[in-house]
Structure formats: structure tokens, C-alpha cells
Design a protein around this ligand. Structure first.
Ligand code: CO8
Length: 259
């Protein structure tokens, strides 16, 4: 079992691996070490066939208040370039297992971007999303201008990015950024319940479906439809497709093998 300093990992439910950001004193600011550990934890879950969905969360006050500003305050452009921190974000983007962010309190800057690299977001009523980088003289760097715009549209994204204004859980829900809102006391349970639903699905279909939905962000409709079709055909090579359709016809519950 890998030892981590900035995060904790634990089994939240059968098939659901969890990651908790664990730097409460600094509102879970995403230091370089935190990002290294996150990549390691995500990739370990992704390599483990028993893990069929991943939940990431912080604590009640903060999911994450962004990149660790103390690490960037004196960094030059060349320091930032050499750190190549976005290579880690690319590795998270390539995780095949579905990921759900459970968000309570602040999800700001890199923290908001981390929620958006996940596949679904369950927000506590207390959640606040924002891209406040402009207030410290910079701008989003880990996908904020791209994923936020695709999620909530140009008008709202532009306002958040240009003013740094945070939006509430209710606004985020109304804008389509989050899947659901839950009371603060149970938001994590709600996220884990959603993860269990995903974990109960045939895992190959879940992975290929996730991949196809994500493809829609960086391809034409024609290219995306072709991609979708290939993944669809590929699933007919799986035992789970035989099992799923056979079980439906025989009116029994399917047993997934992940094969
Ligand atoms: N980095 C480092 N420390 C932080 C951060 C942060 N992002 N956010 C909060 N902290 C620290 C505070 O300095 C404070 O420490 P201390 O107790 O030692 O003074 C502690 O956490 C608690 O914070 P506050 O006292 O400020 O708590 P408040 O409840 O008064 O305020 C806020 C909460 C509004 C969230 C406030 O802390 C804040 O504005 N934080 C900064 C938010 C921000 O600007 N985020 C964007 C950072 S830039 C970024 O994310 C760029 C992303 C690009 C790449 C991603 C790479 C990972």
C-alpha cells in the first residue's frame, strides 16, 4: 500500500475506490506533491480491475482552493515550464475508470479544474465553484477556460474567468456544471451511491462509453460518431455483452465478468 502525505485513499464501497485531498490547513491547495500523489492514486485505481468507479473529495470546508499559491508566488515562467505540471493533468485526463468529484465548500482555480476533469460532480449545498486566478494576476491554466466554457457556455464562463466571481451549488446545477446537489451532511454518501450505481455496470462498457463521451469534446460530429460506432462494435466482442443481452432475454440478473 502506497503511503501518501497530501491525500488519503480508502475503499468507499465494493468497486468504489476513494481519494480524499488531505491538506485541510491550506484548504487542500494543490501542491506539486499533492498532484504527484493524486496521479499515483488515480493510476493505481485504474490499473486495478476491482475498482470500477473512483470518488474524489475534500472536507466540508474545501474540495480544493486551487494551486498552492506559495509554490508559485516566486516562480518564473521558465520555472513553471520546467515543472511541467500539466503533464500530470494529462495523465489524470487519460484515466479510463469513471471518476466522480464530491464537492463541499470551495472548488477554486485548480480545484474547480480538478472537479471538471472528473466525469460527474455531486455538490453539497455549500459548494462554491470559481476561477479566481485573475485576482492574483494570472488566469486558469489547467483547463478552466476550456472545460468550464464547454460545461456552462461562453457568457457564464467568461464572467467567472474575468471577474473571479464564485458561483453557488444552485447556480452550478442550473448551469449544468454539476449532476446533483445534496445536503451538506450527506453529499459524500450521495456521491458514493452514484459511484456504486456506475460500479454495478459492466466495466468495459462503462470505460468505452466514458471514452466516447469525452471524445465529443475534441472532434467533429462525424469523427465522434465513427468513434462511438467502433466502441459500440467492440463491445460485441465482450462476454459481458452476451451476458447482458442473454440475461435480458432470459429475464434474469446479469453477472458481469469485465471480459
Ligand atoms: N494556496 C495556498 N494556500 C492557500 C490557498 C491556496 N490556493 N487557499 C487558501 N490557502 C491557505 C490560506 O493562506 C490560509 O493559510 P493560513 O491559515 O496559514 O493563513 C488557509 O489556507 C485558510 O485560508 P483563508 O484564511 O484565506 O480562509 P478564508 O475562509 O478566509 O478564505 C478563500 C477562503 C476565499 C478560498 C481564500 O483562501 C482564497 O481566496 N484562496 C485562494 C483561492 C485562489 O486564488 N485560488 C486560485 C489559485 S491559482 C490556481 O489555482 C491556478 C491553477 C492552474 C494550475 C493548477 C495546478 C495545480
Amino acid at each position: 500500500m502506497t503511503e501518501y502525505n497530501c491525500i488519503k485513499t480508502y475503499q468507499a464501497a465494493d468497486g468504489v475506490g476513494a481519494i480524499q485531498l488531505n491538506r485541510p490547513d491550506v484548504l487542500n491547495a494543490l501542491s506539486l506533491q499533492t498532484m504527484r500523489e493524486l496521479v499515483s492514486a488515480f493510476e493505481a485505481y485504474d490499473a486495478d480491475e476491482a475498482q470500477r468507479c473512483i470518488v474524489i473529495h475534500g472536507n466540508s470546508k474545501a474540495f480544493a482552493a486551487g494551486a498552492d499559491i506559495t509554490e508559485m508566488a516566486n516562480a518564473s515562467a521558465i520555472d513553471m515550464l520546467k515543472r511541467d505540471q500539466f503533464a500530470r493533468w494529462e495523465r489524470i485526463r487519460k484515466i479510463k475508470t469513471p471518476i466522480i468529484a464530491a464537492v463541499s465548500g470551495f472548488a477554486l482555480g485548480g480545484g474547480c479544474e480538478l472537479t471538471m476533469i472528473c466525469d460527474m460532480i455531486v455538490a453539497s449545498e455549500t459548494a462554491r465553484f470559481g476561477q479566481p486566478e485573475i485576482k492574483i494576476g494570472v488566469m486558469p491554466g489547467a483547463g478552466g477556460t476550456q472545460r468550464l466554457t464547454r460545461a456552462i457556455g461562453k457568457a457564464r464562463a467568461m464572467e467567472m474567468v474575468l471577474t473571479g466571481r464564485m458561483i453557488s451549488a444552485a447556480e452550478a446545477y442550473e448551469a449544468g456544471l454539476v449532476n446533483r446537489i445534496a445536503p451538506a451532511a450527506v453529499y459524500l454518501e450521495e456521491a458514493i451511491a452514484l459511484a456504486r450505481e456506475v460500479a454495478a455496470m459492466p466495466p468495459l462498457a462503462a470505460r468505452l462509453a466514458k471514452e466516447a463521451v469525452l471524445k465529443s469534446f475534441d472532434t467533429s460530429i462525424e469523427g465522434g460518431l465513427e468513434f462511438e460506432r467502433k466502441n459500440f462494435y467492440m463491445l460485441f466482442a465482450s462476454e459481458d455483452a452476451r451476458e447482458g443481452m442473454g440475461a435480458f432475454v432470459a429475464k434474469r440478473k446479469a453477472q458481469w465478468q469485465g471480459k
